[in-house]
Design a protein around this ligand. Structure first.
Ligand code: NDP
Ligand code: GDP
Length: 360
């Protein structure tokens, strides 16, 4: 059992109280609470007995659909939060006085970062710097988790990618995330703050954003089966990704902040698959066997039974610079934190298709 001491002033006396770490209810602030990971992490922390504050970006209404899906909306204390606004961040940290801050908020879509590079940098780069500064000013003992990304490896310099692989970002999103990654390291080393980055490879779930390729595919399978969509249009089918299950990945975020020392960890499965393979597995889960014809932008996915084209390629979905191959080694997380991914790529895609079919 671990203990910690807290100083309290009673009249003229400064007293030190001894607390059992496991017996005191901890408070966590999760930014990006309306997103995929925010919802799963909130569910995980509530299950561990945490008081959870969910930071949402103010807009016409709060979108709690992901939280509703996981049945956790009522357990979370929602606070209005904007990564672009330093004063708002300082006030939020001052008011809540969290033990742990999980920064999951971001402009998270690589494709959009080519169209909105400045907004992406303001949010994903300077936003993180604002948050770190706010923590340093208010209470530098607050533990900090930063959502770093495998996109930082970009044009990969070694296979598989580990914590030691040099970075080579290939999009405004990745460049901004890399800056935030180094800020996190820098604040850890400069100010002795407990600041960690999880270098997460792609992770998916039934509440993954609709524009990401896996969810775009699994939703299309459900709609094509239901007769409400006729064809699925994609970009580069040959890119390879290391896809894991978001529900398992958020557990490691928490584990990282409980370890004795702050450090960075790759979170991945060490299995990689093409987008083409993802299409095959998803359609098979919907009872449709896909056969490929043609190449490049002329490639088509044909329903083997009916001969109908169900998948096509359009240059619209190609990126100015592509990340061709990602595959990560979670060995360090396994050795030090005892974490291992459980759900396989095939199980994950089948789970997503089943949920999308159920929802329709
Ligand atoms: P989502 O896109 O689902 O969620 C992003 C969240 O950030 C949303 O709640 C969004 O709010 C919020 N947000 C965006 N801009 C701001 C802002 N200016 N101020 C406050 N909040 C803001 O992402 P995921 O849950 O999938 O990912 C979580 C984090 O992990 C992100 O930082 C992402 O970049 C990173 N990551 C994700 C990977 C993945 O495969 N999922 C892989 C590697 C890293 P709103 O709902 O209003 O848009
Ligand atoms: P990313 O790895 O964070 O960019 O996650 P995405 O799910 O957005 O993209 C994964 C890969 O799928 C990238 O290599 C994309 O170029 C590729 N891809 C191919 N077609 C599409 C598409 O229609 N939408 C998206 N989002 N990605 C696509």
């Amino acid at each position: 059992m671990k203990f910690f001491y807290q100083e309290r002033t009673l009249g003229f006396f400064n007293l030190y109280f001894k607390y059992c770490e496991d017996c005191v209810k901890k408070t966590a602030l999760i930014t990006g609470i309306t997103g995929q990971d925010g919802a799963y992490l909130a569910q995980h922390l509530l299950g561990l007995g945490y008081e959870v504050y969910g930071a949402y970006r103010r807009s016409a209404g709060i979108n709690t659909s992901n939280l509703d899906y996981l049945g956790v909306t009522d357990g979370i204390k929602m606070v209005s939060f904007e990564l672009l606004e330093l004063t708002n961040i300082i006030r939020t940290i001052e008011k809540i006085q969290p033990d742990e801050v999980y920064n999951l908020a971001a402009q998270s879509f690589v494709g959009a970062s080519f169209d909105q590079p400045l907004f992406t940098a303001e949010t994903n780069d300077l936003g993180v710097l604002r948050l770190l500064e706010a923590i340093r000013l208010v209470n530098k003992d607050i533990k900090f988790y930063q959502a770093s990304t495998s996109e930082m490896f970009g044009k990969v310099q070694s296979i598989p990618q580990t914590e030691k692989t040099p970075f080579y970002p290939r999009s405004p999103y990745a460049v901004a995330k890399l800056a935030a990654h180094w800020y996190t390291t820098n604040y850890r080393e400069s100010y002795d703050m407990f600041a960690c980055s999880g270098i997460l490879f792609n992770h998916e779930s039934p509440i993954r954003g609709h524009e990401f390729v896996t969810r775009k595919i699994t939703m299309a399978v459900a709609r094509i089966q239901a007769g409400t969509q006729s064809i699925l249009t994609l970009g580069n089918l040959q890119a390879k990704r290391d896809w894991g299950y978001a529900k398992e990945y958020v557990q490691l975020m928490h584990k990282m902040l409980q370890h004795e020392t702050a450090d960075d960890y790759v979170i991945a499965t060490n299995e990689t698959n093409t987008i083409e393979r993802c299409v095959e597995v998803a359609f098979a889960a919907g009872g449709i066997e896909i056969e490929w014809q043609g190449e490049g932008v002329d490639q088509k996915g044909i329903d083997k039974k009916t001969g109908k084209a169900l998948v096509e390629v359009s240059p619209e979905f190609f990126r100015p610079a592509e990340v061709e191959l990602l595959i990560g080694s979670p060995q360090k997380a396994k050795d030090i934190l005892g974490w291992e991914p459980k759900t396989t790529f095939k199980e994950l895609i089948e789970l997503m298709v089943a949920e999308d079919i159920k929802r329709l």
